[in-house]
Design a binder for this molecule. Structure first.
Ligand SMILES: *Cc1c(COP(=O)(O)O)cnc(C)c1O
Length: 518
């Protein structure tokens, strides 16, 4: 965007919106002109390969008391309006109402449950019973609103490669959203039977699910090729289509995640568990670093957050980074019982790096080039000082299972494996520091999503799949935890398979063209 245009936007906004200031988005790697929120959402990634970052973090403009009287949708509006400053009130409220409705099985949307002295923020009450629903249920609406605002007439075609969970959450979010289509590629023999069933039973005429003969990397590489295919882009444009991406670096996924930390704090205040302004620690089971970055942004907006506790599984690249200041992905990739955290490149960390480098795009670009070249980089002592809000640790497989069992036996509450990693790390943190502030632990998946690992942690007899089938195990979990089997699981018991397309990894382009009738 040109300077003059930028100035015009700022002035226009300050007339219409009173005191608030336009937030513009810069690339972490470039010197290009900043873009508005709607443009950043449409683009996903900056053209120079960098991530979009807000040029400043806006301050909360309602008091914590006021937040304590709001429901989830109101909270979401009050937080998101500060970042998505080129959306009108009607546009943003429209997106929020469509996202956080009866798709969630509780009016609270993200309820807090106290167990064993900590507060678990349950982010798994949406369509696919995992926390990615929190952002992926609103992203489609933000995206088509952004398209309208930027006079894009094309239908948006979302292209995703998935190792299981993200694909289903994206499908559920985009299904039947007018003006969009979604194509999901998954490795035919590389996802769990439940994950596959969840995807191939997906309803919605605008959805397509394809099993490819290859692994996740093949799917991912194929999708990247399609995104970069200029000829295909031209052909699509001629027929009224354009690609976009729903992956976790889109600010349209990051911003909605800030809301639930404000909401959780306000809930503690409402219930008299904390006093106004009292700092609360936040614990996040981390993979791509999106969720915990949202908590960091919430803190920077003025939410009283103490430590940001970053929990890893055996893929402890972030723990090592916080300890040593060296990020090093040259290590064995470990398959764990918390697969959504099995990640060696945490993409969203780039936004924090940019920040601790003093918003220096050149420096950030150098470090990211070192990461893709040598697989590692070192930050300076000065940059490391910028990490003092964070504490990193990890839990191995045995510690994770023990934490599930401990909490179940002491209070009957059952955690999923990812949340259990966070909970175990939190215990380590308290033992190490003696910090007894209240803690909110982000609970990122329902235990019904990872039934085998969860139930085997409670009693080894459940490990035997020939005795306990997947659905039987869900019934058993329902019985011992005294919670109903979630709708997401009930549905796939009987839902008919509606997607049976398979293809070779080198035929992905033909498959997409056939779907779009090109
Ligand atoms: C994606 C995911 C995470 C990791 O979240 P990031 O934002 O990538 O750090 C943790 N738990 C579950 C269940 C997830 O699906």
């Amino acid at each position: 965007m040109k300077q003059a245009q930028q100035k015009e936007v700022k002035e226009k906004h300050s007339v219409e919106g009173g005191l608030s200031v336009e937030v513009l988005y810069n690339s972490t790697r470039g010197k290009g002109d900043p873009v508005r929120a709607s443009e950043a959402i449409l683009k996903g990634l900056s053209e120079d390969g960098g991530l979009f970052v807000p040029d400043h973090i806006p301050a909360l403009d309602k008091s914590l008391r006021e937040f304590s009287e709001m429901d989830y949708r109101q909270t979401a509006y009050e937080v998101m309006k500060l970042f998505l400053t080129d959306f009108t009130e009607d546009e943003l409220k429209g997106c929020i109402d469509k996202a956080y409705d009866s798709k969630f099985d509780t009016e609270a949307v993200a309820p807090l449950t106290e167990a064993g002295g900590a507060y678990y923020l349950e982010l798994f009450h949406g369509a696919t019973i995992a926390f990615k629903d929190m952002a992926l249920s609103i992203l489609p609406h933000l995206m088509i609103t952004a398209a309208r605002k930027n006079h894009v007439k094309n239908e948006i075609v979302i292209l995703t490669a998935t190792s299981g969970d993200t694909g289903k959450a994206a499908l559920a979010g985009f299904a039947d959203v007018e003006g969009t289509r979604i194509v999901v590629f998954y490795p035919k023999d590389g996802v769990s039977p439940i994950q596959e069933k969840q995807m191939v039973t997906q309803k919605g005429a605008n959805t397509m699910v394809v099993g490819i003969h290859g692994n996740f990397d093949d799917a991912q590489t194929g999708v990247k090729k399609l995104f970069a295919d200029k000829e295909l882009a031209r052909e699509m444009n001629g027929k009224g289509f354009q690609f976009s991406s729903a992956n976790s670096i889109n600010i349209g996924r990051l911003v909605p995640q800030i809301c639930y930390y404000v909401y959780a704090y306000a809930a503690l205040l409402r219930e008299g568990k904390i006093s106004d302004g009292e700092a609360v620690n936040v614990v996040v089971p981390t993979g791509n670093f999106g969720n915990i970055l949202a908590a960091f942004y919430a803190k920077n907006m003025g939410l009283p957050v103490g430590k940001l506790i970053c929990a890893s599984n055996d893929n402890r690249v972030l723990y090592d980074f916080f300890r040593t200041g060296t990020y090093d992905r040259n290590r064995e990739f470990v398959l764990t019982s918390s697969p959504s955290m099995d990640i060696l490149i945490s993409s969203n960390l780039e936004r924090l790096i940019y920040r601790i480098a003093g918003d220096d795009a050149d420096r950030t670009g150098e470090l990211m080039a070192a990461l893709s070249g040598q697989g590692r980089y070192d930050i300076t002592a000065e940059m490391k000082d910028g990490l003092e809000d964070f504490y990193g640790n990890y839990a191995d497989e045995a510690e994770t299972a023990a934490e599930i069992r401990r909490l179940y036996e002491s209070c009957g509450y059952v955690l999923d494996t990812h949340t259990a990693v966070a909970s175990a790390v939190y215990q380590k943190y308290v033992r190490e520091t003696g910090d007894s502030r209240r803690a909110v632990i982000a609970s990122t998946a329902s235990p019904f999503k990872f039934t085998r690992s969860v139930m085997s942690a409670i009693d080894a007899k459940y490990a035997d799949a020939s005795v306990y089938g997947d659905f039987q195990l869900a019934d058993e979990l329902s019985r011992i935890a005294n919670v109903a089997v979630p709708r997401a699981i009930e549905e796939i018991r009987t839902a008919p398979v509606v997607h049976d397309v398979q293809c070779d990894a080198d035929k992905m382009k033909d498959t997409v063209k056939a779907f779009l009738k090109l």
